[in-house]
Design a binder for this molecule. Structure first.
Ligand SMILES: Nc1nc2c(ncn2[C@@H]2O[C@H](COP(=O)(O)OP(=O)(O)O)[C@@H](O)[C@H]2O)c(=O)[nH]1
Ligand SMILES: [Mg+2]
Length: 280
């Protein structure tokens, strides 16, 4: 069983990514490659809403701290079973992923540790607890200002990992989301070199040149929930629409939906449990 936390700035596509996971079961049916089964109520509810989120650009109520959300326990917590079939004669590999959908604010607060609150404290304690095997960090901008900001967040996050004794056993999958965008799509094949080193050098340095972080626990990914139209037609399968709360991207051709690389980072993150020989 893998507890995984998903963090990233506001609007980086975290909730859409999780909704796509929940929705996959319905779109792929008995896919030979993988199957995802929502296991708890939150995951089933997300699966029900997923079609609207992805095809109509509807947002789940944005997670606003305060009001009903007073502690991390009030935030949605999704549990999925993932099955990956490598070939028809080998039993599918199956693993469970439990993810909390943290609001973007907690990511933004990492850079400014002087300013904390109950949710932030709860997030840090929960995310760096020993039974969390990995963290999926979803980034989306690639301008210089954001590179500096992400770099600061990463430096601070590694310090927090160190103070919780997690620099040698917490995997970090750092993903560039929405990589169907024209400027990014060709960089997806070697994301560390062609997306991160190229567009986010400070962020990459903060992670790769860090002496206290075990470097084999760090990998870079390119993901796109919407994907492109076809394997040989790299036009984004996405249109920008006016959603309930401002601009929203939605699928352009839902029947041809082919998301890119959603499972791979979770699969890699979840492997730590096996290395440590824990019971799944
Ligand atoms: N182009 C593109 N837009 C996406 C993708 N995933 C999510 N989005 C859009 O990004 C916006 C923010 O997504 P959301 O999941 O609410 O971000 P969150 O704040 O990180 O949870 C929404 O308009 C989504 O439709 C993607 O793969 N490609
Ligand atoms: Mg969200």
């Amino acid at each position: 069983m893998g507890n995984i936390c998903v963090i990233g700035p506001r609007g980086s596509g975290k909730t859409t990514y999780l909704a796509a996971l929940a929705y996959k079961k319905q779109t792929m049916g008995k896919s030979k490659k993988f199957n995802i089964i929502p296991l708890n109520d939150d995951a089933r509810q997300l699966a029900d809403k997923a079609e609207n989120i992805i095809c109509q650009g509807e947002c789940l109520e944005p997670t606003v701290i305060g009001g009903e959300i007073k502690s991390v326990d009030d935030l949605p917590y999704y549990s999925f079973q993932l099955e990956i079939a490598k070939s028809w004669f080998v039993n599918p590999e199956s693993f469970q992923v439990n993810v909390r959908d943290y609001p973007g604010e907690v990511f933004e607060k990492i850079a400014d540790s002087n300013f904390s609150d109950a949710i932030y404290e709860g997030f840090i304690n929960e995310c760096l607890m020993k039974d969390v095997v990995g963290c999926l960090i979803i980034l989306t901008e690639w301008d210089r200002a954001n590179d500096s900001f992400y770099g600061r967040v990463m430096n601070q996050f590694i310090k927090l990992m160190d103070s919780h004794n997690r620099t040698h056993d917490l995997r970090l999958a750092v993903a560039m989301s929405k990589c169907e965008r024209g400027e990014l799509w060709s960089g997806r094949l070697d994301p560390e070199t062609d997306l991160f080193r190229l567009h986010l050098p400070k962020t990459t340095d903060a992670l790769r040149n860090n002496r206290i972080l075990s470097q084999n626990l760090l990998r870079f990914y390119a993901i796109s929930t919407f994907g492109v139209l076809k394997r040989n037609d790299p036009r984004p399968n996405r249109i920008d629409e006016q959603g309930k709360s401002g601009k929203a991207s939605v699928l352009r051709d839902a029947p041809r939906w082919l998301s890119y690389n959603l499972i791979e980072p979770l699969h890699w993150l979840s492997q730590t449990t096996k290395l440590k020989g824990k019971v799944k």
